[in-house]
Design a binder for this molecule. Structure first.
Ligand code: PBG
Length: 333
């Protein structure tokens, strides 16, 4: 502590809490629209907005509706959206080839948004789970997740996204060596401008449940993801992963989930001083919305407070399903 408080009544710490004006003056951290990345779910069809029951207020959108949503987000000042595809079960295979189809749902959405809303940055997801017949982020052989062959597939997937116009590649798969392999491939194919936001410290979490419903992976997933996603008891390992991903060419790093892992956000920011993001995941969103819908908490206030917590923990930005709602609130609407 740089200054220990004088004794009462010389020091009355309530003095600086006495009014809105004074509280604003001494506030250390604020949330702004610049801090937001909005994850959105893409599905096929036209003019479709399909609700996701476990994520009240969140929908899967057809590409035309994704373009409308991107327009709306850009108009609100949201800097980036992140696309997640809901893939038709008939396109899920053992080899996950749909993942690098230049015309898959996600790549079509990238092109459409780039064309119509060039000012918004587009982030993608790199992992095999939306395309994998068994719901895992990597190839499965004899019950094991195969690392190196998965990385080759992820490279093809990331290149197809970069070709389509993605600005930020988001590897969420937690295989070893994928950041280096993707960075090398991007450089070799003229995509030196394309950024990588690595899901560096991603934990094997119960809070992803609603997301797996949203992308249609819940039913397919056999077993758990504990051999590739992190053990929730670990902190030092998160720093090793972040260090490794930065060395391999990540421009930005992420901690995921968010609220149960704010200590990790703080350690990463302090240790590395790099652009640090948190993902307020589907289960965190669902908890706040569920309690709010029951009248148990004030949803709007809980939304803002939960997001401010990430700023206090050292994050530069947050992936959050609340992005448009909080942007509207910050704009005073
Ligand atoms: C999968 C992926 C997941 C999320 C983003 N990418 C789920 C998982 O690892 O099973 C979770 C996002 C959320 O819960 O909001 N590659």
């Amino acid at each position: 502590m740089s200054h220990s408080p004088a004794a009462f009544p010389t020091a009355r710490l309530r003095r600086t809490r006495q009014s809105n004006a004074i509280r604003g003056l001494v506030r250390e951290h604020t949330l702004t629209v610049d801090d937001l990345i909005w994850p959105v779910f893409v599905r096929d069809g036209e003019g479709v907005e399909e609700p996701i029951p476990s994520m009240p207020g969140v929908v899967r959108r057809s590409v035309d509706k994704i373009v409308e949503a991107a327009r709306e987000a850009a108009d609100l000042g949201i800097p980036a959206i992140c696309l997640f595809p809901y893939t038709d079960p008939s396109l899920k295979t053992e080899d996950c080839a749909e993942a690098w189809n230049p015309d898959n749902l996600s790549n079509r959405a990238i092109r459409a948004v780039k064309e119509a809303v060039p000012e918004i940055a587009i982030m993608t997801d790199v992992a095999l789970d939306p395309y994998n017949i068994n719901g895992h982020d990597g190839y499965v052989r004899d019950g094991e997740i195969i690392n190196d062959e998965t990385v080759e597939a992820l490279v093809k997937m990331a290149l197809a996204q970069a070709e389509a116009g993605a600005d930020i590649i988001g590897p969420s798969d937690m295989m070893d060596g994928r950041i280096g392999a993707i960075r090398t491939a991007l450089e070799a194919h003229g995509h030196s401008r394309v950024m990588i936001l690595s899901y560096a410290a991603k934990y094997a979490s119960a809070f992803y449940g609603p997301f797996r419903d949203a992308v249609g992976a819940s039913g397919a997933l056999k077993g758990d993801k504990k051999t590739y996603q992190m053990d929730p008891g670990n902190t030092d390992e998160a720093l090793r992963l972040v260090c490794r991903d930065l060395d391999e060419g990540a421009d930005m790093v992420m901690v995921k989930p968010g609220m149960p892992y704010l200590d990790i956000c703080r350690r990463v920011k302090d240790e590395f001083g790099v652009p640090t993001f948190a993902y307020q995941v589907s289960g965190e969103y669902a908890m706040i919305m569920g309690a709010a819908q029951n009248g148990w908490i004030d949803g709007d206030k809980a939304m803002v407070e939960s997001l401010l917590g990430f700023k206090r923990a050292g994050c530069d930005g947050i992936l959050t399903y609340f992005a448009p709602a909080v942007a509207r609130k910050l704009a005073g609407e």
